[in-house]
Write a protein that binds this ligand. Sequence first.
Ligand code: FAD
Length: 401
Amino acid sequence: MNAVIVGSGLAGTIAAKTLRELRPDIRIEILGEERHPYYPRPNLIEYVAGRMPREKIFAFPEGWAAKQRIGMRPGAPAVRIRPDKNVVEVSGGDAVPYDALLLATGARAARPPVPGIDKKGVFVLRTLDDADELLAHLGEHRRVAILGGGLLGLEIARAIRSREAEVDVVEFFDRLLPRQLDPDAAAILKAQFERSGIAVRLGETTEEVLGNGEVRGLRFGSGATLGADAVIVAAGVVPETALAREAGLEVGRGVLVDDRLRTSCPGVFAAGDASEHAGRVYGIIPAAFEQARIAAHNMLGLDMPYAGTVPANTLKVAGLHVTSVGEVHAAGPGFESLVRSDPGAGLYKKIVLREGRLVGAIWMGTKKGAAEISRLAALKKDVERRKADLLEESFDFGEIQ
Ligand SMILES: Cc1cc2nc3c(=O)[nH]c(=O)nc-3n(C[C@H](O)[C@H](O)[C@H](O)COP(=O)(O)OP(=O)(O)OC[C@H]3O[C@@H](n4cnc5c(N)ncnc54)[C@H](O)[C@@H]3O)c2cc1C
């Protein structure tokens, strides 16, 4: 059997690893556009912050793929799928035959259509090549504006600030982490950011990247301007679906998959940031990991269902732990929210219940209980009887099984 994987990121690598664990005898080949062996993308943050040397970025020791008998073609993007012939065409002319094909093409950093966005000094951070280019520029430029106050934008801001650069975060919404936090939690986070020396501008639309060839700043809808000699765009991602679309597969925002991670084309599967399952494109590691493992089973005909992933995010900003899990914005009939907040101490805890079951939580300013509350939300546990106690610092989560 020939199992072929397009994309050497997390989903592609985990799928290959799982396929090998399940079947020592099959041929496994990964076609990778990037020239580097697999690295977890969060390591890019550490690298940019100067906390991780370049050689430590990679997940596996040199020669790992060969040892696993996984064929790797780095720097070899797939350019066309031919479902009629069961082959994938690779840049350079080769045609690779497959019995089962996995599309693990991930996502690209979005670049909003702002005039001047192509100027020298505007960056995204998705790949190791992006990080290298950014670091080369930061060697001589110290005023950095970050477009986007979501998870990635804030992580980048923190990383760059630790290099002693001047950092401004510009967010279109009226609060930071608009997807993960409610307004009160976001206000506490903003104060914390500002204390760490990062300026935050909310509710700003960027109308133009200023500068004559090279970046000199930003102009906003309000008319205000901001000086900057580097701009990093962290405005979300766009699933990479071109191959699937051109081959006639069904595509929404991502490549559409069913509960077995099958696309609309027989023998072709999709997993990770490129895929859309039950209306959701997750864009996070836990989902890519779970989907890749399950897709690998189904590629081998070992029936394994996928029921979705509960999104959970944890980050640490200027000493503040932030966890957001599940439906943190849910409100209305059937929903109930309980909050415990101490803004002075940077503490904010919120749980969201639907008919007594825990469906979402924000846990900020403390790590204690964060993993446990995430687990309970993932299981949609009935917590009705202990709901007030859950927010207490002294609560023993062992009491809820
Ligand atoms: C800096 C950074 C930090 C992050 N931190 C977190 C975090 O803390 N927690 C979290 O949950 N998520 C985080 N994420 C998101 C996480 O990295 C993604 O969810 C994850 O990488 C998805 O894996 P993937 O394999 O689906 O896609 P990708 O990692 O995007 O990999 C897809 C690969 O496919 C390749 N490819 C595309 N088209 C082709 C083609 N035609 N032929 C061959 N190859 C192709 C791409 O070049 C790429 O190498 C972070 C992302 C970034 C950029």
